[in-house]
Design a protein around this ligand. Structure first.
Ligand SMILES: [Zn+2]
Length: 378
């Protein structure tokens, strides 16, 4: 399994390196096909994606193991997997090539009895691009009909905790207009900046708390006016609003629109990422928590994340998204790492889970120790 991760880390799958992306996907596709999986490959906006399933043209397995293969840029030496002090280092080991390595190893482990299980693997290569406008790979795959009953996406939920909510992001630019006059004669004009300020005060009052577990507002950019001695005819601000659930998003949108109407502001939405809410009582989610606790002995506590993931595209179809991952960190820094034991556990959690979902007797999961894993690596 360390060999697989080493191979994956070595592909420089950063945005713009389409050659590396193709080679990584060639490697993954060949690995899966030689072990009996049926692979379909796609391209969205020039970025590769693939789905691997246990039967041909099968888009609706019970469990879809999902990951992005792209990583954020790093110096060349980070594309070499290193081990030290029970940790693995390298670009993408945590975000999130470890998951791809676990998916591949799992297929290798189960290759003689694949048709007893009901799962697929869905990989994309454009998550770090942060693109919400063009054809996102996950969005594209969902549109092509890849609709499992549960999506596993270990791109959030650190330290074996489970993400119960990723806040939504709603970005909107508001613009006030006024009537020009000389700056010395305000009574003859109408100030766009003053109108904007009044409107912003009212919008700000919609967010009394501004806490980790509340809806929040950031007035991120502001501007207006053209000359120091003129009553401004235009003033604008950009609002960065983060929401806890779909209902508060709808209410806030409505309130902001009413305030804009009252002050005659125009509003232009630039981003609308809905909150991703995971129902921990859902049986598919609950089973995953049980698998984590059984294999690792860690308690799987609910957490909230402040960023979005590709899980939202599945969630838009009411598919629960399970975001739980091992201990690791530094994902966008120079010392990205994952705990070695946890990395090995993650694959065992998945096998336990695939059996649990099928109501199969779970039996004994063979766990490789970090020592064994290291000696097996050339
Ligand atoms: Zn990620």
């Amino acid at each position: 399994m360390l060999d697989i991760l080493k191979q994956l880390v070595a592909f420089h799958t950063v945005d713009g390196n389409s050659d590396a992306a193709q080679r990584a996907f060639d490697y993954i596709a060949a690995f899966l096909e030689t072990r009996g999986m049926f692979v379909e490959r796609y391209t969205f906006d020039g970025y590769p994606a693939l789905a691997a399933t246990i039967k041909p043209h099968y888009k609706t397995p019970t469990v879809m193991l999902t990951a992005h293969v792209d990583v954020v840029p790093a110096s060349n030496n980070m594309f070499e997997l290193r081990e030290g002090d029970g940790k693995l280092y390298g670009r993408g080991v945590f975000d999130m090539k470890f998951a791809v390595a676990c998916y591949l190893q799992l297929v290798d482990d189960l290759k003689d009895e694949l048709n007893r299980y009901d799962f697929g693997i869905l990989l994309t290569c454009d998550e770090e691009r942060g693109n919400t406008e063009g054809i996102n790979g996950t969005k594209g795959m969902v549109a092509k009909g890849y609709l499992p009953r549960v999506c596993i996406l270990p791109d959030g939920g650190d330290n074996w905790n489970i993400e119960r909510l990723a806040k939504g992001a709603w970005h909107v630019a508001v613009t006030a207009t006024g009537q020009a006059a000389h700056g010395s004669r305000p009574w003859e004009g109408e100030s766009a900046t003053e109108t904007l300020m009044k409107a912003l005060q009212e919008i700000r009052a919609l967010f009394p708390e501004q806490q980790p577990y509340s809806n929040t507002l950031n007035i991120s950019m502001i501007g207006g006016g053209e000359a120091v001695n003129q009553i401004p005819t235009e003033a604008w601000a950009v609002l960065d609003i983060r929401t806890m659930d779909h209902r508060s998003l709808a209410l806030i949108k409505n309130d902001v629109q009413s305030i804009c109407y009252k002050y005659n502001l125009s509003a232009q939405e630039t981003t609308n990422i809905p909150p991703l809410v995971t129902d921990l009582e859902n049986p598919f989610v609950h089973d995953f928590i049980t698998s984590v606790e059984t294999i690792t002995g860690h308690e799987c506590e609910p957490t909230v994340s402040f960023g979005a993931s590709d899980g939202m595209y599945f969630n838009a179809h009411d598919i629960p998204v399970v975001q739980v991952r091992p201990a690791g960190g530094g994902h966008h820094g120079d010392h990205e790492w994952i705990d070695l034991q946890d990395f090995l556990y993650y694959k065992d959690v998945l096998i336990d889970y695939l059996k649990r979902v099928l109501n199969e007797p779970v039996g004994k999961v063979i766990t490789t120790t970090p020592q064994e894993a290291l000696t097996k690596t050339v």
